[in-house]
Design a protein around this ligand. Structure first.
Ligand code: NDP
Ligand code: 8X3
Length: 253
């Protein structure tokens, strides 16, 4: 039986890509998200293609009750989680703070900060008991620097940056590695979600330069996971070559 990896937000983008790479490595996968149809298709295809077992769990990370119901009651053969990729997250809206939409703020804070905490609380206890495990948090360049109109999204990712550091200290006695990755622009469904389904506005974000792909980021995460047990990559910032920081791009339009 292979090791077990839990990837939150595996219905698209970076989460889906890292889940595929882990399946190729022989990991059994627990994949989560809210879109049941996508998770079922993913599970069917990955089991057929790579011959590993996949457990799809449909829940919203914003609900502590749902997180605990699903992850706190895993079937015996799925309990020994070796790797957690805390990936589920989103940006909603891009407004100056004075025009902020409170519901957008709450969705980001509840998903990116509280959701990550709910999942981590349950899984870190499993890892603590086993005295082994690796947690990889999806932060962002937005967790390192703020950019215009990114206020609350940037704040949630700065929170992830702080939580990664705190988790690493708290979990140190239990042989649990805690890493984080901070990508710049990655072309996924991220901008479509941020702009609430406006495909044209989403496409414009990636015009005139070559953004990272979900697979570029997944490759880097896999590198972190595959490091020898005594090596931990604390933090990795990964950018498109055409992006210098969170707000400076070289675009050929
Ligand atoms: P996608 O929109 O493609 O994927 C986001 C994933 O998160 C989906 O699987 C979605 O699943 C899941 N998700 C969102 N909200 C919830 C929720 N409430 N409960 C459960 N799952 C949820 O975006 P990315 O792949 O780009 O984003 C993945 C992570 O990477 C995020 O944390 C994002 O902040 C971060 N990131 C992205 C960058 C980018 O430029 N794309 C750059 C830096 C970091 P579902 O909708 O089915 O619930
Ligand atoms: C997503 C990247 O620069 O749009 O975290 O915030 S950015």
């Amino acid at each position: 039986m292979g090791k077990i990896a839990l990837v939150t937000g595996a219905t698209s983008g970076i989460g889906e890509a890292v889940a595929v790479l882990l399946a190729k490595e022989g990991y059994r996968l627990i994949v989560t998200g809210r879109r049941a149809d996508r998770l079922e298709t993913f599970a069917f295809e990955v089991e057929n293609e790579y011959g590993v077992k996949v457990l799809p769990l449909v829940f919203d990370v914003r609900s502590q009750e749902e997180v605990e119901k699903h992850l706190g009651n895993l079937p015996e053969e799925w309990k020994d989680i070796d790797v957690l990729v805390n990936n589920a997250g989103l940006a909603v809206g891009l407004n100056p703070v004075q025009d902020g939409v409170v519901d957008d703020w709450e969705r980001m804070i509840d998903t990116n900060v509280k959701g990550l905490l709910y999942v981590t609380r349950v899984v870190s206890n499993i890892m603590k008991e086993r005295r082994s495990g690796h947690i990889v948090n999806l932060c962002s360049i937005a967790g390192k620097e703020a950019y215009a109109n990114g206020n609350v999204y940037c704040a949630t990712k700065h929170a992830v940056d702080a939580l990664t550091k705190g988790m690493r200290i708290d979990l140190l006695p239990y042989n649990i590695r805690v890493s984080q990755i901070c990508p710049g622009a990655v072309e996924t469904e991220f901008s479509l979600v941020r702009f609430k389904g406006d495909q044209q506005r989403a496409d414009n974000v990636y015009k005139g330069f070559t953004p990272l792909t979900a697979m570029d980021v997944a490759d880097a995460i896999l590198y972190m996971i595959k490091c020898p047990a005594h090596v931990n990559i604390n933090d990795m910032v990964i950018m498109p070559t055409a992006q210098a920081n969170s707000y400076t791009f070289y675009k050929e339009l």
